[in-house]
Design a protein around this ligand. Structure first.
Ligand SMILES: Nc1ncnc2c1ncn2[C@@H]1O[C@H](COP(=O)(O)OP(=O)(O)OP(=O)(O)O)[C@@H](O)[C@H]1O
Ligand SMILES: O=C(O)C1=C[C@@H](O)[C@@H](O)[C@H](O)C1
Length: 302
């Protein structure tokens, strides 16, 4: 005798920010029928594949194979879990970069944000994907003066550093096809915006707690605005970072594009901003730039 039984499958998928969950053509719940011989097994492995329908018409469909574990009978506990779709992020970001490059028209990308927000780390990923060169305004100032930023602050003071920084940005504003990691304080001077507005500015908006975690992992010796020799150096760093973040919030918000790492973490299904990889952030940067370019062009360009 062949008795059939029904099982409910609940799917939870985590996708790269590339794919908007609203655009996925898949039912979140489904019903499957199994023959009696599966009754002894706690977990059924069901080979399952479907096409991800991306919202952008020009984007390629990707097929992912997922194993869905479930048990039979709605009333018994379902064996559940999150199943990550494999996704070649480096190919995906390169593809998206190709889509936007003619709209960028060689304009430089200026990454702005607090110390430790990942401008250098994400900037390198982005420049590779775009095929752009990478520059760091702090490094340019160091090359110009011949000593480190920390030493410049100590020997010549902050105002001298700010002048040199503005000069570095002026030179960079004459360049094309660069991703530029800027110093954390560039947003505070109006003249710097004049230079950065030759390209596209992107704010890497990272919450305080993630900044603190990252900075305390590497120390503050290279960051003169945060460095303290005192015994309670950690708490002083937290207070200083939080004050700077509050003072500069509005200035960072002047950037044309904002990438909120908190929102991105939520979109990726994690509360922990520190779990979001530089690649995932770089992908989101390209996504947000493409939205900005669409607005700039007044139509759906991609
Ligand atoms: N997404 C990330 N996940 C985990 N660690 C990261 C991430 N992004 C950056 N980091 C780490 O945080 C630290 C600061 O990053 P990075 O130097 O890129 O920031 P920054 O904005 O360029 O800082 P600054 O302006 O002070 O030079 C580095 O140690 C880096 O490895
Ligand atoms: O946030 C800031 O004001 C600074 C950030 C660093 O990148 C350096 O530009 C310098 O230490 C100052």
């Amino acid at each position: 005798m062949s008795t059939r039984m029904e099982a409910t499958v609940t799917q939870h998928f985590h996708f790269s920010p590339w794919i908007h969950s609203s655009s996925i053509v898949a039912k979140p719940k489904g019903s499957l029928q199994f023959s009696r011989r599966f009754a002894e097994q706690h977990i059924l492995r069901v080979p399952f594949s479907f096409n991800l329908q991306l919202s952008r018409p020009s984007a390629r469909r990707r097929t992912v194979a997922l194993n869905i574990a479930c048990s039979y009978d709605n009333s018994t506990a379902l064996e559940s879990g999150n199943h990550f779709a494999s996704f070649d992020e480096s190919l995906a970001i390169q593809r998206k970069c190709r889509e936007i490059e003619s709209y960028l028209n060689g304009r430089c990308i200026y990454l702005v944000g607090m110390m430790g927000s990942g401008k250098t780390t994400v900037g390198n990923v982005l420049s590779n994907a775009l095929g752009y060169s990478f520059a760091d305004s702090d490094s340019l100032v160091e090359e110009d003066v011949g000593i480190s930023v920390a030493e410049i602050f100590k020997v010549y003071g902050e105002d001298f550093f700010r002048e040199k920084e503005t000069e570095a940005l002026r030179k960079l504003s004459l360049m094309h096809q660069f991703v530029i990691s800027t110093g954390g304080g560039v947003v505070t001077r109006t003249i710097n915006w004049k230079h950065m507005n030759k390209g596209i500015s992107v704010w890497l908006d990272v919450p305080l707690e993630a900044l603190v975690k990252r900075i305390s992992a590497v120390g503050t010796s290279s960051r003169p605005l945060l460095h303290h020799d005192s015994t309670d150096a950690y708490s002083k760093t937290v207070i200083r970072l939080s004050t700077l973040l509050e003072e500069r919030g509005e200035a960072y918000a002047k950037a044309e594009v904002r990438v909120s790492c908190r929102k991105l973490a939520a979109k990726l299904g994690t509360k922990e901003v520190c779990n979001v990889t530089p690649m995932a952030i770089a992908i989101e940067v390209v996504e947000q730039i493409s939205i900005f370019l669409e607005r700039e062009n007044g139509s759906c360009a991609f």
